[in-house]
Design a protein around this ligand. Structure first.
Ligand SMILES: C[S@@+](CC[C@H](N)C(=O)[O-])C[C@H]1O[C@@H](n2cnc3c(N)ncnc32)[C@H](O)[C@@H]1O
Length: 424
């Protein structure tokens, strides 16, 4: 286990010290341990995600246990990983402590006594230490204070629910490819394979427990994809019909592009700024047996890539703070800066302004973010409409709502939707 603890320390250190993406670092670290079993891989993922998910709380606990600051930041990370294990996992307590002590002995023998004392002290006073950590908001919710303040000012008495929802383990949801099967047939197939699941939206099947994709029947042949139910609303809201010319302006990795193609016979142009991420769209299209025109380009500068033919529908799933999906990406909670939000809003505004002339009169543009901050959501839309005489915000399909702010819950992640109509 100490190999896995140390691997988790390496992941956390690269995320927090070097500002790197958790999923990328995790894959790289896994590649450095060729003998890793699938069970150990799962454990490493749990330790890395869990420690970052509760980093605010665990840091407060550790600070209360230290009489003076630790000089070696790697030992601090090791202690945080061990505290996560002791408080949140089912691992045997004595084993967690022994492995942490052994791991630190290899690195800095002089510190092993301190590590032993801190972890044993935690076990003795666990309840009190957790309660004390909860007296500060960072310790109670495990977010940066500016983030907590923003959520409180926006969501008032609902703020705690929103913050705590971001610390849950995310659900795993599938999207059924209706070109290959029906939701009812696929649910049956899951039952035959002893995978418990339920249908929560017309194309969305929620799994009772997350599964590796290679265990999902027909996954490799394109029968289903993994996609959050909140992301699946895009297709219903955009209201595409056979024969339409549609632009997905920020398409990678292609989840919504593929869903659009699964639901209607359309001519789809999938654009993304990032060539590498566009490769993911290509792979997804291949697996699902779908066809789209893939273009590398910046949605904010259409003169570089646009062929001059207007679109009847545009999906603008713009870059954003991703604050609605932190339970899938807990690194975001610690890497985002308050100033990022304004920068995203400016980028979003530029993309909207640039895409609007590409939309045919009578056409619709669906603006999407996975943010829960109003600055990137309704405020961008309100500012945009104020500057356009031919744009209006219209209700989101059958919901009748104009503002589609979804908050993370046990069925879906946090998303924002706004549908814009262009005058003829
Ligand atoms: C939220 S993700 C899109 C997810 C995608 N729609 C899906 O459902 O799978 C945002 C994407 O926008 C791309 N992007 C960021 N800035 C862009 C820009 N200026 N022009 C085009 N794509 C951009 C990113 O590379 C990223 O792939």
């Amino acid at each position: 286990m100490d190999t896995i603890q140390l691997a988790a320390v390496s992941v956390i250190s690269q995320v927090l010290n070097n500002g790197r993406n958790l999923n990328q670092v995790l894959s790289e670290v896994i590649r450095t341990i060729p003998e890793i079993t699938s069970q150990q891989r799962g454990a490493l993922q749990d330790l890395s995600f869990g420690t970052l998910r509760y980093y605010g709380q665990l840091s407060k606990v550790l600070d209360a246990l230290l009489t003076r600051p630790l000089q070696d930041i790697q030992i601090r990370f090791l202690l945080l990983v061990a505290l996560y294990q002791l408080h949140y996992s089912k691992a045997a307590q004595h084993a967690v402590v022994d492995f942490a002590v052994n791991a630190v002995r290899k690195r800095n023998p002089a510190a092993s006594g301190l590590v032993n004392a801190i972890l044993r002290n935690f076990l003795r006073k666990q309840e009190q230490l957790i309660a004390d950590a909860g007296r500060t908001e960072e310790g109670r919710y495990s977010y940066q204070q500016w983030w907590i303040n923003l959520i409180k000012s926006q969501y008032g008495e609902n703020a705690e629910v929103v913050l705590l929802a971001g610390n849950q383990r995310p659900p795993m949801t599938l999207r059924v490819n209706h070109r290959q099967t029906t939701s009812a047939e696929y649910l049956n197939l899951l039952t035959q394979n002893s995978i418990k699941a339920s249908l929560i939206e017309p194309d969305a099947i929620l799994l009772e427990h997350p599964e590796a994709v290679d265990k999902l029947p027909g996954f490799m042949d394109g029968m289903v994809s993994v996609q959050d139910a909140g992301a699946q609303y895009a297709v219903c809201f955009l209201d595409v019909k056979d024969g339409m010319r549609v632009l997905d302006a920020c398409a990678a990795p292609g989840g919504k592009s593929a869903h659009l193609l699964e639901s209607a016979q359309i001519d789809l142009i999938a654009l993304d700024k990032d060539e590498l991420r566009l490769e993911r769209v290509r792979e997804n299209m291949l697996r699902l047996h779908l066809n789209a025109t893939l273009l590398q380009g910046d949605a904010a500068t259409p003169s570089d890539w646009w062929d001059g033919k207007q679109y009847q529908r545009i999906l603008a799933d713009v870059p954003c703070s991703a604050t609605g999906v932190v339970r899938r990406h807990p690194d975001i909670k610690w890497l985002r800066r308050a100033s990022d939000i304004e920068n995203f809003a400016l980028q979003q505004q530029q993309i909207l302004n640039a895409l609007w002339p590409l939309l045919e009169g009578g056409g619709k543009l669906l603006y999407v973010t996975c943010s829960i901050f109003g600055r990137e959501n309704q405020q961008v839309i309100t500012d945009f409409i104020a500057g356009q005489s031919d744009a209006s915000q219209i209700p989101l399909a059958a919901t009748g709502m104009k503002q589609g702010q979804l908050l993370p819950n046990d069925q879906h992640d946090g998303f924002f939707y706004a549908l814009l109509h262009k005058k003829i």
